[in-house]
Design a protein around this ligand. Structure first.
Ligand SMILES: [Ca+2]
Ligand SMILES: [Ca+2]
Ligand SMILES: [Ca+2]
Length: 183
């Protein structure tokens, strides 16, 4: 059984990914996000960067969201998403940690647009903007995560925050706000 705080955080993540706000996360949300990013960066559909970003987003859907679609209708409901998270938790810490690492490596690669192994403040803002989320929330989240204020967030640090988000049941952990406030 997921704790109350975990349910709230995962609900926040679900709402973040439901780009068109129809109450489901589906492949089209991920494709639209990739198109938004391309538009924000000025990439054309035949650019390699565009194709790579689209592929990464579709892979995110296929790897991490589609498995939650138990009834196979192409839409993940909040309930389906929470059920998958609950299942992963019941598989034990080691299994869950592996899943979470895999997940946040993939998320990192969708945010680190220039692929230099660091997430800058601007990349984090673009991440929120592409999902249709207020960039002021990205600023706030980033300011907490970048505690030495050098404007860079390494892969290792991001994975740490990701595991806080997905595994830690404590309130007031920095990683809890990765996707903005959850209550
Ligand atoms: Ca949706
Ligand atoms: Ca479904
Ligand atoms: Ca970067």
């Amino acid at each position: 059984m997921l704790s109350e705080i975990m349910q709230k955080k995962l609900t926040r993540h679900f709402q973040f990914r439901d780009l068109n706000k129809d109450g489901f996360v589906q492949r089209s949300d991920w494709e639209q996000c990739a198109r938004n990013l391309a538009a924000l960066r000025g990439w054309q559909p035949d650019d390699d960067a565009y194709q790579e970003m689209m592929n990464r987003h579709v892979a995110m859907w296929q790897t991490f969201w589609q498995p939650a679609d138990r009834d196979g209708d192409g839409k993940v409901t909040l309930e389906e998403y929470l059920n998958l998270a609950d299942f992963q938790r019941r598989m034990g810490f080691e299994y869950e940690m592996k899943q979470v690492t895999h997940l946040f490596v993939a998320i990192f690669d969708t945010i680190d647009l220039d692929g230099d192994g660091q997430i800058t403040r601007d990349e984090y803002k673009l991440f929120f903007e592409a999902w249709g989320i207020d960039t002021a929330l990205a600023e706030a989240a980033y300011a907490q995560m970048d505690f030495n204020e050098d404007g860079r967030l390494s892969r290792g640090a991001f994975l740490q925050y990701g595991s806080n988000f997905y595994i830690n049941d404590e309130p007031d952990v920095v990683g809890n706000y990765l996707f903005g406030p959850y209550e």
